[in-house]
Design a protein around this ligand. Sequence first.
Ligand code: TEU
Ligand code: CA
Length: 559
Amino acid sequence: MKKTWWKEAVVYQIYPRSFKDSNGDGIGDLNGITEKLEYLKELGIDVIWLSPVYQSPNDDNGYDISDYQAIMRDFGTMEDYDKLLARAHELGIKIMMDLVVNHTSDAHAWFVESRKSVDNPYRDFYIWRPAKADGSAPNNWGSVFSGSAWEYDAQTDMYYLHLFSKRQPDLNWDNPEVRQRVFEMMNWWCEKGIDGFRMDVISLISKDMEFPDGVPGETGYAANTAANGPHVHEYLQEMNQKVLSHYDLITVGEASGVTVEEAMKYANADGTELNMVFQFEHVGEGRTTAENHYGKWDSEKMPLPEWKACLSKWQTGLAGKAWNSLYLSNHDQPRSVSRYGNDSKAYREISAKMLATCLHMMQGTPYVYQGEELGMTNAYFDNLEDYRDIESINAYRELTENCGVSHDEMMGYLKKIGRDNARTPMQWDDSANAGFTTGIPWIRVNPNFQEINAQRQVGDPESVFSYYKELIRLRHENAIIVYGDYELLEPEHKDLFIYRRSLEDANLTVICNFSDHEVTIPETVQKCISKDSTILIGNYKQHTTGKMKPYEAIVWQNK
Ligand code: TEU
Ligand code: CA
């Protein structure tokens, strides 16, 4: 397999609004990030993925951009950005920018022009359609953030398409001028010296311009139907030729609705499109299927054998043909320890380390979401008023008002999978507001900050932080972790996730207990571990031969 730096890197995602506030206005900012670069250096990560920092009215916390070449006032200035980039580079840390070009904000100059008249030069920058003969929206697609994916605009008596909020109109990628302008903007950032792009919902940029109705609950959901559209690969190849291939970048496409087959095109080893994609199958847990008309609002957990099969399919499916990204959490998902581990007092730390082991020993580029390295937990807000996320607030309204879901049931869903669970401020220390701000934080701090915070963990060799640091170091020092082949063992085991990695004549056996009880290691696996095997890393001080303690993780290096 071809060796490349971005295959050997570990990425850390920063959600700037919640990372560190430097001026007391309650909102995280660029200078706050610069202050904390040493912390990231200590952790050992190679690349920062910065969620959007561009000018934005913040209908969707920066994922609605009104100027791609300006910094959001809340976050600072372009000068602050340049300082951040320069300091990060001094420390050997790269910066990957979030590229949100499926849609813009409705406040973007292009859209302000576009909606003025049917013959405005920017009209075709967006997707406008007249009503159906009966006066209804052009088709029945639902937006990801509830309601129709079409918004009526009286000015020209037409509808525009928005897969997300109505303040996030979709760009028309079939218009060559749109592509040209986007590529120019990307080149401008590359010339500034950035190191890569994380591409927001890039699988949705090419739509079937006939806009046929979808089947309600199945293809009626806009984001499902629009995924992997007719020209998406053509446009990404063009982007690659006109931008990406001119620089040494790390690129990852967020690709909701992507299958292994499709991913092999997006992230093909020839490098004609992107380096890798974020797939959603293991975090979707089968949620966006036809049987479930509430979409993601569901608290079912996928049984471990299915979840293992899901991740393993990606490991073996892309092997040698494309490259995987590895993640369990981000700003759209609940906290991984709360979701896949156990965030009780007894098991939070141990299960956070277990999950990290399970993910970081796989093949692919790992992504750590801010606070994950501390074992931060879900927010579990009791009051709707504490939520800030547009998706959660809209879904609450739609489901309680139109779908007969009770307040209590919906609050339960929000606690389990609402996006704000991951967006509470980073817990730096045990001072007021977890050291995140001296002002009033834009979203409530998780009350467990006195126990869970960076200050307590950085110098403690037993902490979740130190464990992540060790996992990152091991990856940097062992080619087998980066490039080794993957093989799932005991696929049907309902408590243990066991797999083997092998490179030339070396191999690793990774065993993770996803349950809160002791489990016996199957004989077949015991046999792989010999007297000469050594423990590369484990989350308990003592390992009992043949047994796995609750949430125990162990990595055997076999000679
Ligand atoms: O998310 C895209 C996406 O696929 C969402 O549907 C995501 O799965 C959902 O939020 C989960 O509940 C990206 C960004 O990561 C997200 O923060 C933005 O809100 C969205 O695009 C629109 O830009
Ligand atoms: Ca601030």
